[in-house]
Design a protein around this ligand. Structure first.
Ligand SMILES: NC(=O)c1ccc[n+]([C@@H]2O[C@H](COP(=O)([O-])OP(=O)(O)OC[C@H]3O[C@@H](n4cnc5c(N)ncnc54)[C@H](O)[C@@H]3O)[C@@H](O)[C@H]2O)c1
Length: 292
């Protein structure tokens, strides 16, 4: 398929990547974020967009920070701020606007990513873009929201960053992306010290392959990605790729008071990917597996 055709079909098919309430236990979590405000960076698409919807379901008001300001959630409890999170000043100005508009901030989710990936061929610009958008942006946002999070009600203050299987697993030609995801996991652990003493919990969620517009650039059809020779079955012992709302549910759990003693944790949402070794899902032949 031509790239332009593919992009158009992805855009017109956004419904494919939507939050699906029927899969979730969302009825039991309704109202748990009543009177709370969350900022979701990267909330216009994919996992971030599903996270906005889960926060809304659970009673929060949500500020979406995204390069893409053209987004309608059809809900008066959401406001979209068009911002480049890799610019420190943008982060600070937009956080001040959230305080003017909503009066407080309880939670920060950083779901922004630059997916461009290079290895031996990486230029100074490739490195700089990856590090600024994926890592420094998260740092800028944490710095900008911390003075407000610490004023929020106790046990209702959290930060969640999106790491990845690429944080810890080697993948072909993914140096620039993978290194930034590893750095985010390191940032989570470092930030537990300064944020912990202010009663702000900081964690991350590490997804494996999730059905999003980015993944669909390589696998336009869901049936293909979950076929016997596709990554859904080959890399996940649950036999499929994940859905955005399944990641959003984990992010919102970490923000909730039920996660009140979880701090400095990377929650794997990977359908078995993280547990698997080089043998994959295949039965292996070895001495202990025979009766003789
Ligand atoms: N999709 C997956 O399979 C997968 C797997 C592992 C980890 N992740 C991680 O999950 C997160 C979300 O992934 P996704 O697939 O939902 O992404 P996505 O591309 O659907 O959404 C990312 C959003 O970030 C916004 N954005 C990009 N650069 C920005 C910037 N400088 N400032 C503000 N906004 C910006 C984009 O406009 C977009 O709306 C990312 O951190 C990604 O690395 C995704």
């Amino acid at each position: 398929m031509q790239n332009s055709t593919l992009e158009v079909s992805i855009l017109t098919d956004m419904a494919n990547f939507e939050y699906d309430s029927k899969r979730l236990d969302q009825n039991v979590t309704r109202g748990r974020f009543k009177d709370e405000v969350a900022i979701v960076c990267g909330g216009a698409s994919g996992i971030g967009r599903a996270t906005v919807k889960r926060f809304l379901n659970d009673g929060a008001k949500v500020a979406v920070f995204d390069l893409n300001g053209d987004n309608d959630f059809g809900d008066e409890n959401v406001k979209v701020y068009q911002i480049d999170c890799s610019k420190k000043e943008d982060c600070e100005t937009s956080v001040s606007s959230v305080i003017s508009d909503f009066g407080k901030i309880n939670h920060l989710v950083y779901s922004v990513a630059y997916f461009g990936s290079k290895a031996l061929d990486a230029t100074e610009e490739d490195w700089s873009k990856s590090l600024m958008i994926n890592v420094a942006g998260a740092g800028f946002m944490i710095s900008a929201v911390t003075p407000h999070l610490e004023k929020a009600e106790e046990r209702r203050r959290s930060v969640c960053l999106l790491t990845s299987i690429s944080s810890t697993q080697a993948q072909w030609h993914r140096w620039t992306y993978g290194a930034t995801k590893g750095a985010l996991w390191s940032l989570v652990r470092h930030a537990t010290l300064e944020l912990g003493e202010k009663g702000i919990r900081v964690n991350s969620v590490s997804p494996s392959w999730i059905w999003t517009p980015e993944v669909a650039k390589a696998y336009p059809e869901k049936s293909e990605i979950n076929s016997p020779s596709g990554p859904g079955q080959l890399y996940h012992s649950l036999g499929r790729v994940g859905e955005v709302d399944e990641v959003a549910a984990a992010i919102c759990f970490l923000a909730s008071r039920d996660a009140g003693f979880i701090h400095g944790h990377d929650l794997q949402v990977g359908g078995g990917y993280h547990a698997m070794g080089p043998e994959g899902c295949q039965p292996a032949k070895f001495a202990g597996s025979t009766d003789s």
